[in-house]
Design a protein around this ligand. Structure first.
Ligand SMILES: CC(C)=CCC/C(C)=C/CC/C(C)=C/COP(=O)(O)OP(=O)(O)O
Ligand SMILES: [Zn+2]
Length: 437
């Protein structure tokens, strides 16, 4: 990590209850060997959860035992796995190019999502989209565009804001600079406005439920299509601030339990509305958010859970891990144990034959493949915010990020994945190339 960031006394206070992890971070930085980090993880004093037995603690102990075994087998063999790029690429390409098996009928309302996850994974792995694939993506996605300016999740489905987010992102990624112009931006703007409630929140579809996911998706769509107006986001930052709970993370709506998925959406949505170091401090309790976020990373597993007392899961490498670039910018502190998260991803989340997963014993799927790769990218990069890249225009701060690879001479180049835009969760390269319609 850059020397400009210091572990301040404040950082130590916030992390008071996690001293072992802090020592682990310091040690892994000085020794910069992942095997050393693994040894430290295994030598930590065992789980405090063992003191009270409930179903949740039993599940936690089982996961720790499984993962300890996996780590011990690596230490015995002395070889850390590298990223199985060839296998993951062939997993992703296979599902992009083949008719899906019948069992996928359950995901019939998630067509835009499936395409987004697979295309994003392909690009993160360094794959390319040729002309043929580009037209297939746009033809398929545009077939879900409704008269009202929103996208359904599949054929014949009503417009839904999270399906529309996935659709717009898939088009944005599709390597066709003219494709977004096929969306009637005025209609989409009016549709988004029709989902807006007076308190600043958004609903998923007309009359549908409200939560921070809907706000994030609406703001990303508006940002990418360049239709963000003060009217569209009036009261929105204030509403997001009200979703922060006593624990420090964000619930889906004010009063709900803090969860990684909703927290990423809240923090990333806020960061569309202003520089993270200003907007987060203005609308939420930064120290409490840092405390909650760092406590999501487990000592033994190295990966993250999504909420208090729940299990580690590879997808939270993005939903929770993805909050850290904003927190590190806002605090100027190193807060994420990147080496430990990378160990979890490379050792526990890779399927031999391709695809990434939640944890050992689980099957890989498109969702986990995408979000685990996003998490891996996070471990390899550092995010900078450059005020010179922004303007006074609302939403311009979303485009003021630079992401730099952290220099690590011991890193095997096969492990490299593309740098990720911290708000949009897609390769930086796509954002830089296609920013303007
Ligand atoms: C943009 C967009 C659509 C974002 C989605 C964000 C996201 C992942 C939200 C999670 C929602 C949730 C309550 C999960 C709990 O599942 P669980 O109880 O099965 O998992 P847990 O035990 O890990 O909490
Ligand atoms: Zn998951």
């Amino acid at each position: 990590m850059s020397n400009s960031k210091k572990k301040s006394d404040w950082y130590k206070t916030v992390l008071g209850s996690r001293r072992i992890v802090e020592e682990m971070v310091v040690k892994s930085e000085t020794q910069s060997s992942q095997l050393d980090t693994l040894e430290i993880m295994l030598s930590s004093k065992g789980s405090q959860f063992q003191k009270v037995m409930t179903l949740t603690t039993e599940q936690q102990i089982k996961v720790e035992d499984d993962i300890r075994q996996v780590y011990e087998s690596i230490l015995d063999g002395g070889q850390l796995p590298t990223l199985k790029k060839v296998q993951h690429l062939s997993f992703v390409k296979y599902f992009l190019e083949t008719n899906l098996p019948a069992g996928f009928i359950a995901l019939d309302a998630s067509h835009t999502w499936m395409i987004f996850w697979l295309v994003n994974s392909l690009l993160l792995l360094g794959g390319k989209i040729d002309q043929d694939m580009s037209s297939k993506i746009s033809e398929n996605i545009l077939s879900y565009l409704n008269e009202d300016g929103g996208f359904g999740g599949g054929a014949g489905l009503i417009s839904h804001v999270v399906s529309s987010y996935a659709a717009v992102m898939a088009l944005f990624l599709s390597n066709d600079p003219n494709v977004l112009a096929k969306i009637d931006r005025q209609k989409t703007y009016e549709w988004l406005l029709s989902l807006k409630l007076e308190d600043g929140s958004f609903c998923m579809y007309k009359g549908g439920e409200v939560d921070t996911r809907a706000v994030y998706c609406a703001l990303v769509i508006a940002s990418i299509l360049d239709i963000l107006t003060p009217e569209l986001v009036d009261n929105t930052a204030e509403w997001l601030g009200r979703c922060q709970t006593f624990e420090g993370g964000f619930g889906g709506v004010p009063g709900d339990e803090a969860h990684g998925g909703y927290s990423f959406c809240a923090v990333a949505a806020l960061s569309i509305l202003g520089p993270p170091q200003e907007i987060i401090t203005k609308h939420c309790d930064l120290k409490n958010l840092v405390k909650w976020s760092v406590n999501r990373q487990y000592q033994l597993e190295g990966g993250m859970n999504g909420r208090t007392n729940k299990l580690v899961d590879g997808c939270y490498s993005h939903w929770v891990g993805g909050i850290f670039p904003f927190l590190e910018l806002a605090t100027q502190c190193d807060l994420l144990d990147r080496a430990a998260l990378k160990n979890y991803i490379l050792i526990c989340c890779q399927e031999e034959n391709g695809g990434l997963r939640d944890k050992p014993g689980k099957r890989p799927d498109f969702y986990h493949t995408n979000y685990v790769l996003c998490g891996l990218s996070l471990c390899q990069h550092e995010t900078k915010y450059d005020p010179a890249l922004t303007t006074e225009t609302l939403g311009a701060s979303a485009f003021a990020y630079r992401v730099e690879r952290i220099k690590d001479p011991q890193e095997d180049p096969v492990n490299f994945v593309e740098p990720l835009h911290p708000i949009f969760g897609i390769p930086m390269d796509t954002v830089l190339k296609n920013r303007k319609l």
